[in-house]
Design a protein around this ligand. Structure first.
Ligand code: FIX
Ligand code: ZN
Length: 423
């Protein structure tokens, strides 16, 4: 059958599955790092198992208290998580099954009683080459990093010029500036930017200059911030001033979008550290005001609350300078990915970015993208089935065009990246 001949309804899911498998995706938000950024990049079985999603689940199955867990070494922590969640109990949760899937696809035995075999395998890997192997298994061509440019652990890594590995794109993460400016004004000042903790004086133009210098250094595809569920814009606060006079102008100077990730309820249980964040419903009039007040800016948006998802689709219909992306964090589970993606397709057609992995550990991209493809195949096939039943032909070429657009082209076009071959 040629690429241009109509697909029959019963062949749809096979064709969609094949096209999803054959199209390398761009992972538009991760916490992965290019190998040139050294030990910031996490990989291997001990990191996979001490992922904060699994740490949260450990405390539900094991009476071990967090303080005692934090006092353990990384490998002791991995051992107790493996024993508790994978040996003594069935790994049925999404995060647990993900580790099973990644291990299995890497040729490791997820039924093993101990981690000895896995640790030996990872010890033998050469990272730059291994990244290629993992990206191939995940079906991704590149990943966007989260570069916290005021993090004392990361900033110096860029002094040697930073990565030029085409598999990794930079994104400037601005939480310290937008959410905790006064606490980080000294760090900016120490780098030669005349800012004041109050945000007064030349602070705004200096923050804009700081960001412009980082755009030159890191060539980011976007700037980003994670915002609490209580976030609002505009208020009479310093964050409003920073958005208006520094950050959004810097995005316009660079011609790149601002990514807003809204809805975190931070540290509801500080005892479990990174696992201690939760989710809350945000007031999306803040987003409405930003998209309307800054028509020259473009906004990538991901929301953490399931309750905000339908409103986000409505707002995406009102503002073409806003691009919904991903099923973030607690939403990255097949049941919710299916619900959210269907309502997006019904209201936006293929003009959104369905998913990002948010991977913190390299091998997570293997299972997170396997899950996305597994969820998307029947969903996309059903979308085309309805179109055929309502009178329109669908060809393999249509499917290839739409999958490439959803998982590559929409992002490339929205951030102004030159379109790269999808093969
Ligand atoms: O703010 C973020 O980028 C969040 O994705 C992370 O802080 C979060 O811990 C995470 O990794 C969720 O998947
Ligand atoms: Zn993230």
């Amino acid at each position: 059958m040629s690429n241009h001949s109509p697909i029959s309804k019963d062949a749809l899911e096979n064709v969609v599955t094949e096209v999803l498998a054959a199209t390398p995706f761009i992972d538009v938000h991760t916490h992965l790092f290019a190998p040139e950024l050294g030990s910031l990049g996490l990989w291997g079985i001990d990191e996979l198992l001490t992922y904060h999603y699994l740490e949260a689940e450990l405390f539900r199955f094991n009476p071990l208290q967090p303080e005692a867990y934090w006092a353990m070494t990384k490998s002791q922590q991995a051992d107790v998580i493996w024993k508790t969640l994978f040996v003594e109990n069935p790994p049925l949760s999404e995060a647990c099954r993900g580790v099973v899937a990644s291990m299995h696809l890497l040729g490791l035995d997820p039924n093993a009683a101990t981690l000895a075999q896995a640790r030996e395998f990872f010890r033998a890997q050469n990272l730059p080459e291994y990244i290629g192997k993992v990206f191939k298994l995940a079906g991704i061509s590149s990943a966007v990093m989260t570069n916290d440019i005021l993090d004392p652990a990361e900033a110096p890594q860029w002094s040697k010029g930073g990565p030029r590995d085409p598999r990794f794109h930079a994104a400037l993460r601005l939480d310290r500036i937008l959410n905790q400016f006064s606490a980080h004004a000294t760090a900016l000042d120490a780098q030669g930017y005349k800012v004041e903790a109050s945000g007064g004086g030349k602070s705004m133009s200096e923050v804009r200059r700081f960001l412009g210098d980082w755009v030159k250094r890191a060539q980011p595809v976007y700037m980003a911030v994670s915002l609490d569920d209580t976030f609002f814009y505009p208020l009479g606060d310093l964050r409003t001033k920073l958005f208006r006079e520094a950050v959004l102008p810097a995005c316009r100077d660079a011609g790149i979008p601002m990514s807003l990730m809204i809805g975190v309820r931070r540290q509801v249980n500080p005892a479990i550290r990174l696992a201690g964040d939760a989710s809350g419903v945000a007031d999306l009039r803040a987003l409405e005001n930003l998209c309307r007040d800054f028509p020259e800016n473009r906004f990538l948006v991901s929301l953490l609350s399931r309750e905000n998802q339908h409103e986000l689709c409505v707002y995406a219909r009102k503002f073409a300078n806003m691009m919904p992306f991903g099923c973030w964090w607690f939403l990255n589970n097949p049941s919710l990915v299916e619900e959210i993606t269907r309502e997006r397709m019904e209201m936006l057609g293929p003009s959104f970015i369905p998913q990002h992995s948010d991977a913190r550990i390299l091998e997570q991209v293997i299972y997170k993208w396997r899950n996305t493809r597994r969820t998307m195949a029947p969903l996309l096939a059903n979308t085309y089935r309805l179109l055929i039943e309502d009178g329109r032909n669908v060809t393999r070429q249509d499917v290839e065009r739409d999958v490439a657009r959803l998982f590559r082209g929409n992002f490339e076009q929205f951030v102004g990246m030159k379109a790269s071959a999808a093969r």
